[in-house]
Design a protein around this ligand. Structure first.
Ligand SMILES: Nc1nc2c(c(=O)[nH]1)N[C@H]1C(S)=C(S)[C@@H](COP(=O)(O)O)O[C@H]1N2
Ligand SMILES: [Mo]
Length: 213
């Protein structure tokens, strides 16, 4: 009986010890044994410089060849199941960063808007007029993250707040920041900002990024 009371007391006391709450976010620089770059290591060379998005009026529109177009608020997106992964971003200009990304899987939003049979291309647009596109299979058949965090910190305005696409295996110019709209399309030949200036639209890193034809 005494033992039981003691056990009960221990359980009660343990239950009162709260988990710590992090007051100010700290950037992680190592994740499961892997060294990470710092979010300070990115170069800022966006076409029009950093964009400052007002999150209270922000929505992410997903429309085009879909049965169920939607406008998502920031909190409707980030309060879903999130996923974390260390992925390296390689810019064609010769620098890279190895970052712990966190966000939702873009394919889950695409499933919700229910693309029509004709949709074969996903075009993403950004606040600065930038755009890029992917075959629909790239997004639906891979775990492609729509990131709102880097190294455990919410994206800074310079880094693409509210969202940057983690376009794994693709060159940095496919990692669109400040995303405002996603369009389902049947235009397989759509060319985004850098693609229309001659960067390859197949954009796999193991191939050259220049398309000379
Ligand atoms: N909206 C938008 N997204 C963008 C760009 C841009 O100019 N505008 N630049 C791209 C390029 S070329 C690279 S290499 C990466 C780099 O990410 P960073 O600007 O956060 O360093 O963002 C990509 N996403
Ligand atoms: Mo880049």
């Amino acid at each position: 009986m005494k033992k039981l009371v003691l056990l009960l007391a221990i359980v009660l006391v343990a239950g009162c010890i709260q988990q710590p709450i992090e007051l100010e976010g700290v950037e992680v620089r190592n994740y499961e044994g892997q060294d990470l770059s710092s979010i300070q290591d990115f170069r800022e060379n966006s076409i029009k410089g950093p964009q400052y998005i007002d999150i209270d009026s922000y929505t992410l529109e997903i429309s085009g060849l879909v049965n169920n177009p939607k406008d998502y608020t920031y909190s409707e997106i980030i309060n879903r199941q999130t996923y974390k992964k260390v992925v390296r971003l390689d810019c064609v200009e010769g620098w890279s960063v190895n970052i712990l990304w966190e966000g939702i899987l873009l394919r889950e939003l695409i499933q919700e808007v229910d693309p029509t049979q004709e949709a074969n291309t996903i075009i993403l647009y950004a606040e600065d007029g930038y755009s890029t596109s992917f075959p629909i299979e790239y997004i639906m058949e891979n775990d492609i993250i729509l990131a709102h965090k880097q190294n455990d910190l919410t994206l800074a305005p310079e880094r693409g707040f509210p969202f940057q696409l983690v376009a794994e295996e693709k060159w940095g110019y496919k990692w669109i920041k400040w995303i405002t709209k996603i369009e389902l399309s049947d235009d397989e030949n759509y060319t985004g900002y850098w693609e229309s200036k001659g960067y390859s639209d197949t954009e796999d890193r193991d191939k050259s990024f220049r398309d000379f034809n």
